[in-house]
Design a protein around this ligand. Structure first.
Ligand code: ACO
Length: 236
């Protein structure tokens, strides 16, 4: 059997086990369904050379979806490409040993997602407890669809929009908001400014129709404004 057929077989089998564990009438995950959709990724966890030999022990399917969601005050917002947890299963013989956390953290790093910015498709009780235990996700923003999201989903203080050099704060007055960004661009950066994160912030602000003020130390040196040297930053 070639690798692709083997992977299809594994995904189908784990999808079926997941459906049984969740008491679903049919699997959420199958290789055939995966071929028909875009923007979905399946992470498969295996124990290689373990005490049971080589065994597949877990599956996590995630994807990005365009959703209409209620925010904290009950207004409808269209969220494009919202991160979604779609199917998650660890084999019964290995549950509650920390493996779910391992594959979930791996996924978060790969997708560059943070837990509070994820929506969850019909979470089971076990998954609700899992998300509360490890990521402090507890207060749900009520929705009328099957997706669960948590307090903080719509807030602008997610660490995705911040790093050691770039910090974003959100100013709110009534339903109006504005973002204020402080950005430092180290002179030793290999890639010329602006950093990618600034592009992401301004794109997101444009998408939401929010104004942005950026205060930056861009390390663009020129003798005109009193620098001891002149560099090429900002000349393009
Ligand atoms: N009862 C209550 N909480 C549980 C249970 C359980 N039987 N199993 C896992 N949890 C939660 C608890 O918070 C637990 O911490 P605790 O043991 O200190 O109480 C924590 O998860 C354990 O963390 P891990 O060991 O890292 O997680 P695990 O490897 O068990 O994976 C998962 C979590 C995927 C939810 C697994 O339990 C599972 O496959 N359950 C059955 C299928 C399922 O419900 N999947 C989610 C469906 S919803 C969806 O996919 C969108």
């Amino acid at each position: 059997m070639d690798i692709s057929s083997k992977m299809s077989q594994i995904i189908d089998h784990m999808g079926e086990l997941s459906a049984v564990a969740q008491k679903l009438s049919k699997p959420v995950t199958s290789s055939q369904k995966l071929r028909m959709v875009e923007n979905q990724t399946v992470y498969v966890m295996a124990d290689i050379n373990g005490c049971d030999g080589d065994v597949v022990i877990g599956l996590l399917k995630v994807g990005a979806k365009n959703l209409y969601l209620f925010d904290n005050v009950g207004d409808t917002r269209k969220v494009d490409q919202a991160p979604c947890i779609l199917d998650f299963y660890i084999h019964e013989t290995r549950q509650r040993t920390g493996l779910g956390k391992r594959i979930f953290d791996f996924m978060l790093a790969e997708e560059n997602w943070i837990p509070v910015k994820c929506t969850v498709d019909r979470p089971s009780e076990k998954l609700l407890k899992f998300l509360k235990k490890y990521y402090g996700l507890e207060t749900i923003i009520p929705q009328t669809n099957k997706f669960v999201l948590y307090e903080g989903f719509f807030e602008k203080d997610g660490t995705k929009d911040n790093n050691a050099d770039v910090t974003t704060v959100c100013l709110e007055r009534g339903s109006n908001e504005m973002w204020v960004v402080s950005a430092y661009m180290p002179h030793g950066d290999v890639v010329d400014p602006p950093p990618a994160i600034l592009g992401e912030i301004t794109a997101e602000a444009r998408r939401r129709g929010v104004g942005v003020i950026i205060g930056a130390d861009a390390n663009a040196h020129h003798s005109i404004w009193g620098s001891s040297d002149t560099n090429t930053r900002g000349s393009k």
